[in-house]
Design a protein around this ligand. Structure first.
Ligand SMILES: Nc1ncnc2c1ncn2[C@@H]1O[C@H](COP(=O)(O)OP(=O)(O)OP(=O)(O)O)[C@@H](O)[C@H]1O
Ligand SMILES: O=P(O)(O)OC[C@H]1O[C@H](OP(=O)(O)OP(=O)(O)O)[C@H](O)[C@@H]1O
Length: 232
């Protein structure tokens, strides 16, 4: 019988919650070898293999179809995969790892409250400042979709930020940001405000299935989804 592979977070904020859900689903996970091993099994199910990977790697492996299921954030899936819906299905939203991907601007931009206002700012930016509006983010794809496709804003430049994104405007590295927020305290501490229509994605941890034709005739696939859903 073929092996079904499930990728779970090996570290970080989603690790414990992901394991707990599988435990409640009646699919208790045990490490193969010692505690530090990146391979696991599901007790009593020799045909299921667990791969412990980082949350962003899980998105990539789902896209490549090298694993059957994964638990990761929807933000990482939609940012990491071109045409995500063709490659994967969100089988369950798991109720943890909540974070919103948002557009935030300096609080002192008093007359900028919407994406349309921001579009006006972007259009004037070069004339006023001699350069394009700069957006600090690690979410390139989501930013481009939201600005260009959804709001028709083309005049901007993305400045890649790999951390402390909220500090970029004060540091003069960018004018505004696109990043995740959960409590909002980091935005507040950096005097940034979310635009009223600036929520790009409401993300949470999801059970994601790679779309593979062999899943259609595999009863185990349906069983895993049902077990996880029943644990929520
Ligand atoms: N406050 C938060 N800060 C960062 N990520 C959060 C937060 N709340 C929820 N998340 C979610 O957690 C996921 C990222 O988790 P984690 O930081 O463990 O992954 P990762 O370790 O960053 O992966 P990698 O190491 O490859 O970058 C994302 O889906 C993100 O939306
Ligand atoms: O809205 P808040 O509750 O303030 O959370 C949002 C912040 O948390 C995350 O950073 P974190 O310090 O966790 O580091 P990371 O991005 O490297 O995971 C995220 O990148 C934001 O900066």
């Amino acid at each position: 019988m073929s092996i079904i592979t499930i990728a779970l977070p090996s570290k970080g904020r989603m690790k414990e919650d992901a394991s707990a859900i599988f435990e409640r689903a009646g699919l208790p996970i045990v490490a193969v070898g010692n505690e530090r091993s990146y391979r696991g099994k599901v007790e009593g199910h020799d045909d299921i293999e667990i791969a412990f990977l980082s949350a962003s790697e899980i998105a990539r492996e789902i896209g490549a179809g090298t694993v059957d299921f994964g638990v990761t954030g929807e933000d990482l899936i939609r940012e990491g995969l071109i045409d995500a819906d063709a490659k994967m299905e969100i089988a369950a939203r798991l109720g943890f790892g909540h974070a919103d991907v948002v557009v935030a601007v300096p609080e002192i931009w008093l007359d900028v409250d919407t994406m349309a206002d921001l579009g006006d700012v972007a259009a004037d930016f070069r004339a006023r400042h001699g350069r394009r509006l700069q957006i600090a983010t690690k979410y390139w794809r989501l930013t481009q979709q939201h600005f260009s496709s959804q709001h028709g804003i083309q005049l901007y430049r993305i400045v890649e930020s790999l951390g402390a994104t909220e500090g970029a405007p004060a540091a003069g590295q960018a004018d505004i940001i696109v990043d995740i927020t959960s409590t909002g305290s980091t935005l507040k501490a950096n005097h940034l405000k979310i635009l009223s229509d600036g929520v790009i994605l409401k993300s949470e941890a999801c059970l994601v299935r790679a779309r593979k034709s062999e899943h259609e005739t595999d009863a185990r696939v349906k069983k895993i989804v049902e077990a996880v859903r029943s644990a929520l």
